[in-house]
Design a protein. Structure first.
Length: 196
């Protein structure tokens, strides 16, 4: 019997699971029979990589094993990379929006984000465990994350980067409350495994 697939959506700094296109994505995927989890991570107070790992582990501890796709937005993308990096088995897939590595020159973010980037990513390990389905998205006018920074992540992952014209930070503050391209990519990811 096929295991029901799971999608875990990871928000960013100063964000939460109820923001952006996350609730819309959950509703769209659940209609298709996928389980969706949107954990909440401490931010900005108490934000650190260790605190987020603890919150993630608590959120998934009681769940049965299932093929899993990680979806990360902004700092959530960096956190997704850390999850893949420490995994013992490959994920089903990895989908990142507005991804970046390191400081962005933003005082409200750089300090609380620092622990996520204190050690270099193990890109070889991440590529080996990110899963067969992988894609990045970034906007050509993101006010926080320069396109070149997201392109660097996509290049290191050896995965396609889709540039969204006028998408800003791919967040609800500029009206980005749905993400059909991401939905379609996730649904397509199950087809090779005969699930969906």
């Amino acid at each position: 019997m096929a295991t029901k697939p799971r999608v875990i959506v990871l928000h960013g700094a100063h964000g939460g699971p109820e923001t952006n296109w996350f609730p819309w994505l959950q509703a769209e995927l659940e209609v298709q029979g996928l389980d969706v989890l949107r954990p909440r991570f401490p931010t900005p107070q108490g934000q650190s990589l260790d605190a987020w790992l603890a919150a993630y582990d608590a959120a998934v501890a009681s769940l049965p094993p299932a093929p899993t796709i990680l979806v990360g937005h902004s700092l959530g993308a960096a956190f997704a990379l850390r999850l893949v990096e420490r995994a013992s088995e490959p994920f089903q897939g990895l989908f990142l929006a507005a991804a970046f590595d390191g400081a962005l020159g933003l005082p409200d973010y750089d300090g609380i984000n620092r622990s996520f980037f204190e050690t270099p990513f193990d890109w070889v390990g991440v590529r080996a465990r990110k899963g067969a389905a992988s894609r990045c998205w970034a906007a050509d006018d993101d006010p926080y994350v320069p396109l070149a920074r997201s392109r660097e992540i996509a290049d290191r992952l050896q995965t396609p980067l889709e540039v969204v014209t006028g998408g800003a930070h791919l967040s609800d503050e500029t009206g980005f409350t749905t993400f059909p391209h991401l939905r379609e990519a996730i649904l397509a990811a199950w087809k090779p495994a005969g699930q969906g």
